[in-house]
Write a protein that binds this ligand. Sequence first.
Ligand SMILES: [Zn+2]
Length: 419
Amino acid sequence: MTTRADPRLDLSCETSGLQPRPPGTFEVLAQAPGSPARAGRLWTAHGPIDTPCFMPVGTYGAVKGLDADDLREVGAQIILGNSYHLGHRPGAARVAALGGLHRMMAWDRPILTDSGGFQVFSLRGLQKIDDAGVSYQTHFDGSRHRMTPESVLATQAALGSDICMILDHCPPADAEPALIRAAVDRSTRWAEEAARRRGEILQPGQLCFGIVQGGTNVALRREHLKALADLPFEGLALGGLSVGEPIPEMHATMAAIGPEMPQDRPRYVMGIGTPHDLLAAVSSGIDMFDCVMPTRHARNGQLFTFSGRLNIRQARFRDDDAPIDPACRCRCCARYSRAYLRHLHEQNEPLYGRLATIHNLYFYQQWVGALRRALRSGRFEALRGEFSSIISTVYAEGAGAEGDVDAAAAAAVAAPEPA
Ligand SMILES: [Zn+2]
């Protein structure tokens, strides 16, 4: 049997031995010459996060099928929970009474929670927005509730999140310009309210991030950023991207706004993305991302490799004894064949989802780990040159066909990370 290595030593900067810094401290460790891309370190109450950083999504307090040991093994430094879901099931007060989300999940690294606003605004026909908040009926049981800038912080205070997101108004991508404008103005007022009240609602050490809206209208984004940059938030996010707008417009918005976000604070793009989106975001000076893509795709049979996406359901894998990716060092690839995974998937064995999720998350952590290493060793532009053709060919929108395995690319990704 293969010995289980600790891939975190390769995937994440090993931060043991560092002198802890106060929560909210953000250090820029390396800046790519002539580019907004940078590597950094954000300190939270549960330790540091090395950036650029990808956050696996655990909507209900679990990254589906994985426990805390698995998450550590794939190199996750921080995970994301959803306040809307956890606030209703099992309920924020119940989580608090059980010792908080970290205790419940046996996860001792950082947790970021969203405000839950995105989910509530997605409940079309079941919500009513006014200037003070939003009233809604849940998709669970139709019960009526209200969300305000204060209530979302109170929920996240009860969950014990390390990074709390403020309430913002995220309109759909196809919204009329007047609605996008109104959403920005409302989000600014809500941000001011959150900034004013956070001290009395959040626990000591909990960080709070503001969210910039404005769709793909760069002038509006810039105006909103200006309003939020003056408020006492430890980081700023771009919300309302990857909500259905064309991919080139999303990348152009990040490229225009990312470099203008405050240098001395972490920058987070919510809800992205493909490996190609991550490269575009890092190139725009973004530090943090989250997305359901690696976990959801894993369950659907879509497995990521540096030579493209592989659909394990295909009949050609029935007798294939090779691992998903011979260059991958995850536990799934170290032990199991494509044929076995295909068989497990066909039989709806829960083990399939677990192994596939381990592989896909490991792939994402390898990719951001490679970006971090390149930034910290002054090789970002070289890596970008090497990879943009591979990553954009196989992971741009609409792509995903399996191409040629590129051993050099895989070796570049597997290189050790400087401390
Ligand atoms: Zn693997």
